[in-house]
Design a protein. Sequence first.
Length: 357
Amino acid sequence: MTAERTARQRDGGGASRADTRPLAGARRVSMADVAERAGVSAQTVSRVSNGYEGVIPETRDAVLRAMAELGYRPNSAARALKRGEFRTIGVIVFTLATTGNMRTLEAIAASAAEAGYAITLIPGSPTQSGIRNAFTRMDELAVDAVIVVMEMHLLDSSTVALPPNVKVVVVDSDAGDRYPVVDTDQADGTRQAVEHLLGLGHDTVWHISGPEDSFSAERRTRAWRETLERAGRRVPPVAPGDWTAESGYRAGLLLADDPDCTAVFCANDQMALGLYRALAERGRRVPDDVSIVGFDDIPEAASFSPPLTTVHQDFAEMGRRSVARVLAQLGSSTTDIGTTLVPTHLVPRASTAPPPR
């Protein structure tokens, strides 16, 4: 029998006040170790660990002190199995290269943490098999629900069948009528941008689009065209881009050579930055010769030269609403199908002005 154990016995089963050494060896500290150190039952340690009321303050303090002294960490997996929940939300994302996805993911993580949940991130390939594989991984990692952040239309396809027992919320895509969706009001944001330029006196508005397989890009292009048609204006050919500044630059070189082009709506702010460069190289000034509106309102937009007029997306609200919808599903036996649209608004800055006369 060790001197430490003898000392504890002389002290009536509790720990010596001077004895703050952790248990020797590499094994994980158990609840029984904490109970012995604190001089209480394992059941009391369990109640303190799980935050139950009814433990007198002195006993709770003794248990917490013993946990700290021994370096005890509660077995969260065992507690999750006992409660039937893991307090974890899975997030499937197919690219981290875009500003929108990164800021949406950041907002989801912050909102989940506020609700007492962690997130587990699973990157996946933007294919039907990639979606199925990502959900298989999520099932293995034991999450309570899943938020899918994607721009493609893959969830529209009848060939993609997500697990029926998994609570799912889709962000920034179209899920038909099968899953709850949270999205930015792409159409209204685009309408504001185009009407702003027409209101300044421009005859029409050119458009640098996002990639063809992007749901957001498709919605913005469609709204741009419909807004021009409602106003009875000519619809110029679309200049295709891929969200990058480089693609905005390439499209901009073509637009810069067209003297009729006096106003451009870019599907995101990075492509607007590339357009700035192309126009500068061709000797066309912003906004004196060409007015530009972007979409996203990235933090750097206000520091463009001149500061960029753009459509603001509230990514923090996107995160809050997507987490709120997935948590609402966890507390219900039914699924609330439908789309939640987060409002957008135009932020006028110095990159837009009446056309040259």
